[in-house]
Design a binder for this molecule. Sequence first.
Ligand SMILES: Cc1cc2nc3c(=O)[nH]c(=O)nc-3n(C[C@H](O)[C@H](O)[C@H](O)COP(=O)(O)OP(=O)(O)OC[C@H]3O[C@@H](n4cnc5c(N)ncnc54)[C@H](O)[C@@H]3O)c2cc1C
Length: 398
Amino acid sequence: MLDYNFTEEQELFRESMREFCTKEIAPRSEKLEGLHEMPAEIVKTLANFELLGMPVDPDYGGLEADAVTMGIAVEELARADPNCSIPVFFLVENSWSHVLNKYGTDQAKQEILPKVVSGERFLGIASTESDVGSDLGSMKTKIRKSENGYVVNGEKMYISGISEALAFGGGHVTLARMTEDLGTRGMNLFYLPLDASGISTTLIGEMGRDGISFGGFNIDNVEIPAHYLIGEENKGFYIIHEGYELARGLIGLVCAGTALKSLENGMAYIKERKAFGKPIGKYEGIQFKLAEHYVKMQALRDLSYKALWTYDQEAQGKASRFDVSMAMAMAKSVASEWAFAAINDVMQWQGAFGYSTECPDQKALRGVRSFSLAEGSAEIMKLIIARELLGKEFLAYR
Ligand SMILES: Cc1cc2nc3c(=O)[nH]c(=O)nc-3n(C[C@H](O)[C@H](O)[C@H](O)COP(=O)(O)OP(=O)(O)OC[C@H]3O[C@@H](n4cnc5c(N)ncnc54)[C@H](O)[C@@H]3O)c2cc1C
């Protein structure tokens, strides 16, 4: 039976999120401009509302929340923080705490997850390197066994949450090559604390996401204990996709939430602003664009919630990993591009004011642009969709 309704519990959660975001997130979002680091006070605010480590087992302090509920939370956060950094902080922490919760050792979970939930430790993701992003099979960072665990050498670049991991403590779920000849079948996933001896960090400027840091780190003979391995040896490439996929569905809703809020700003403006004797909202040239963007944003919302619902179905054994990959890729393949186009038109409707730094929509434009790359580029999403449609034998890189 097809049912498009959220449960009563989910509706109540949305209402409480809307109230929380209006009172606690929107005023704080305004102060993020130019900061490029998430203030500890915002992290505490998120933690107090039980928004960090949501999918984590109650044994480690979490709520065991489903993916759709996390989608509701991130959509509301996106409406309140146009530059997308608070939603990004939320989705990174939740996607990677989910992976650690599902595949980590009990010792690592005891040590790390309760602190992620309480906002005392950051947990990000580090797979990208200066020379390798989409093509993870060509990764150069290496991990080898040592007497007490593992030793890692290499570098990671274009990583979110560098300053946060240094400021609050914490680190990144990291991917490195373990077995040389096995390609993607020879990679390990592990937790890498950024305060480990042998790590040196750098920061990079970015065009949007004013409230989160972005940078990289060198890894020089860094020793990590055996219990930081996440999942089995040589299975890292497969496990990492569970985090990326959850993040992709959540990103769909960040883009939809941000752009729908922008369209609301735009509607208020075009009803008031007059040109040639009439409110500009009366002109077809503006109305048609509004209608087209609204339809696309509702389609994106539906694709994203369906993808997150499929993720939850898979957890109950009612959908396959391929169903999940396809649904997530479909949502993310259009998310950034459609949201960017909608916000860009909202800016255009506002004339010169739309281009000024006073206008919140320009922050939204810069924020959603990041998602055409972060957590898998739009082009890679299309490769995944085509792989599911045509079969693996049509993969160009095989
Ligand atoms: C704001 C931001 C935050 C990020 N945060 C993180 C993070 O926290 N952790 C992390 O590990 N990474 C992070 N990344 C990196 C991100 O995952 C990579 O940028 C992304 O995977 C693409 O890799 P790349 O930049 O190396 O581009 P490349 O892989 O070099 O690709 C370059 C271009 O070619 C296209 N392309 C590549 N292969 C194909 C193909 N077969 N067919 C068609 N087109 C193709 C790509 O889509 C892209 O447009 C972040 C990136 C951004 C922009």
